[in-house]
Design a binder for this molecule. Sequence first.
Ligand SMILES: *Cc1c(COP(=O)(O)O)cnc(C)c1O
Length: 449
Amino acid sequence: MNYSYELLKKWDFDYIWHPFTQMAEYKQKDPIIIEKGEGSYLIDVQGKRYIDGVSSLWVNIHGHNRKEINDAIIQQLQKIAHSTMLGIANVPAILLAKKLIEITPKNLNKVFYSDNGSTAMEVALKIAYQYWVNKGDKQRTKFVTLKNGYHGDTIGAVSLGGIDLFHAVYKPLLFETYSVSSPYCYRCPFKLSFPSCGLECLNELEDTVKKHKAEIAAISMESTIQAAGGMIVLPPGYMKGAREIADRYQIPLILDEVAVGFGRTGKMWGCEHEGIAPDIMAIAKGITGGYLPLAATLVTDNIYEAFEGDFTKTFYHGHSYTGNPLGCVAALACIDIFERENTLEKLKMKIEHLSKRLKEFWELKHVGDIRQKGFIVGIELVRNKETKEEYPYHERIGFQVIYKAREKGVIIRPLGNVIVILPPLSINIKELDKLLDVIRWAIREVTEK
Ligand SMILES: *Cc1c(COP(=O)(O)O)cnc(C)c1O
């Protein structure tokens, strides 16, 4: 069973089509082929160790190969791996739903399972639409969304999103939304400075809702930060303002907590920073601590009650692996670690350390902006610091930096010209320092030499 690196590489190139990857570029490099994980590290088939600087794309929380989560899965595996949730229940799905209701904002009282962030958002938007239909209002076919948003890659989720690079090509397939300006302070759509920009964006949101209120099923946005859109932190008060607008016009608010949920921002849920709660909330990425695909869409009693009654009100949606028991026990073990180890308490000091260390990055010649929220960082590289002139796309400056970082044992991924840092919450200070040292070095190597 021990295949050589060369053979694995050949089969990788021969048989796999990688996501979000230009395969022609991918094949020009020796691929990293991961075999093992250990805490903050990924280990490849040749035994080289890399810090997992993006938590395997947001999902890893407590480190790789955690005994508690491994054991929970093994124990469950000896009982049953999967049974359907269509019309019957299973033990871990029940226990996890109860737990999720306890730890999420208190107006959210029902859990609808699916298996990834995109489906959690598909479920959210279908629920929002059918909520109105079930109440006898069939006119509400529109959603209010934010420009530059990202909610996943299925067609409904892409329709809610607005990142041209990923989404423009599918435009003919998408449904239309009322899309309003994103409060992107660094490149303010209104050329205002913070916080007036956020207020101006809220005014636009309110005007749009007011104008079209009879057609709108829900207001939908990413919680706290536009992640894939380049780590755009929403100005404080923005989500609260959106909540007030939703209330004023009695339209449900959908918050996508897929990326920021499970402690990423320093609090369990991003919306806690604003003291608000959505009517519908999508969670996924960190839910199983990065182990298994699982997601959930949580709703209020008010939303749920519109579906309970006769058959015409049924929510006809479900996936083969909905409420998968292995995923649910992994999620329970992941939440249990948060509670037993005081993960969020310990994270505070790491977030402070991270903020302090990021100050050094401001001094670099080609760092145009640094955005941080909790354990999420985006460092925007610019050709000219004064004019904020961007690096052209074809220079692939972000990719050059991450390839450089690999040489010194760090795996990260860029978003265009933005270097992303989001280590597992369990990373220790020494590892965090190494991660930052390597990234700083890689940025200088690529942009200053
Ligand atoms: C990643 C992401 C999704 C999609 O989740 P997948 O599990 O990749 O389908 C949805 N919303 C946000 C905010 C995300 O960051």
